[in-house]
Design a protein around this ligand. Structure first.
Ligand SMILES: [Zn+2]
Ligand SMILES: [Zn+2]
Ligand SMILES: [Zn+2]
Ligand SMILES: [Zn+2]
Ligand SMILES: [Zn+2]
Length: 337
């Protein structure tokens, strides 16, 4: 957001006044450009640029009408502020458009929206933050011992056991099948894992990953024959995430599983990750997991963030897996077999 004091309108106002001279000329029928009354041929009148005014009152009203209107209080003003193309008569009016930081409670023009009505100013955003919700940490933070710390709220119900993780993933899988008709019959193995385990399995840097979908096609070549044994499907989810974020990550990985079956030919990482982020975002939105969607929306990563926005724009109002498949196939036709 940008704001600056401006006096442009004031200068314009003055220039209009200066140009406006008193004329006492003989004219044929002139009309006042403000009130519309006829100006007598021998009466004095005011002229400003190409406009004529029967009286100073009319001229003043005209000049006033050229002034900008405050977006907040509706008053016209001569000098004020402009921000994002909006006009404000005073600092007080401008500041009503700022958000209050949930952490320091100051009203600040710049910051981040972390979920529904949760605003964090740019100063507080720089403080050591919770690995899940990104809120500044206090002395009650929980150190997970792997470089991550959780705020008290996230630590309270974060997932630390395999049985809990499996239960959530099984329910989530059913939910996505019901909600979006998105599902496969793959025998997926769900594993809660540590950060080190996730890093080891990841093909990327693994630094910021919260989950991983692993697909293995086991084949054996035998003279001219290829023997296929059972495919392996695994989803790893990072330990120590609160349920809403955990489910967001789970939905992302399950989207990869669905894509593996339905659109395996799409190999553009931006579309693969963008689609998984889109599914996670839509799921989080429909389930009102308010702390989750902003992550995708504000992610500046060229693969995950830009990919998400690209896929979201492609999908429009489509809310079922069959529609998503049709749309993606339009953009990325399956190669002829
Ligand atoms: Zn007039
Ligand atoms: Zn105002
Ligand atoms: Zn703050
Ligand atoms: Zn947190
Ligand atoms: Zn992914």
């Amino acid at each position: 957001m940008m704001h600056r004091l401006f006096t442009l309108f004031l200068l314009f106002f003055l220039s209009v006044l200066l140009c406006g001279g008193l004329f006492a000329a003989k004219r044929n029928t002139l009309v006042c450009d403000w009130c519309g009354k006829k100006i007598d041929s021998n009466a004095s009148f005011l002229k400003s640029e190409d406009k004529n005014f029967c009286s100073e009152k009319c001229f003043n009203q005209y000049a006033e009408s050229l002034l900008p209107v405050c977006d907040v209080c509706g008053k016209r003003f001569k000098s004020g502020y402009t921000s994002d193309g909006r006009n404000f008569c005073s600092k007080t009016c401008l500041e009503t458009t700022f958000h209050e930081c949930v952490h320091c409670h100051r009203r600040e023009p710049k910051g981040y929206i972390l979920g529904n009505n949760v605003f964090l100013c740019e100063y507080c955003r720089e403080l050591p933050a919770c690995a899940s919700c990104q809120m500044p940490l206090d002395k009650f933070a929980k150190d997970l011992g792997d470089g991550r710390k959780l705020c008290r709220e996230c630590a309270r119900d974060a997932i630390f056991t395999q049985s809990e993780a499996e239960k959530i993933m099984t329910a989530l899988r059913q939910k996505l099948a019901d909600k979006f008709k998105m599902g496969t019959k793959h025998p997926i193995k769900f594993d809660l894992c540590t950060r080190a385990e996730l890093k080891k399995e990841s093909t990327g840097d693994g630094e910021h990953e919260l989950g991983l979908f692993i697909f293995h096609r086991n084949t054996l070549s035998f003279f001219n024959h290829t023997i296929r044994s059972k495919d392996e499907f695994r989803i790893l989810i990072l330990i120590g995430q609160p349920p809403d974020f955990f489910r967001g990550v789970g939905a992302h990985e399950l989207a990869h599983d669905w894509m593996q079956e339905n659109l395996p030919h799409i190999d553009d990482p931006q579309i693969r990750e963008g689609f998984a982020e889109f599914v996670s975002w839509l799921y989080a939105k429909t389930e009102k997991l308010d702390r989750v969607p902003w992550r995708m929306e504000q992610n500046t990563d060229p693969v995950y963030g830009d990919g998400f926005r690209k896929v979201r724009d492609m999908m429009g109002d489509a809310k079922t897996a069959a529609e998503w498949k049709r749309i993606l196939l339009d953009y990325y036709p399956s190669p002829a077999k």
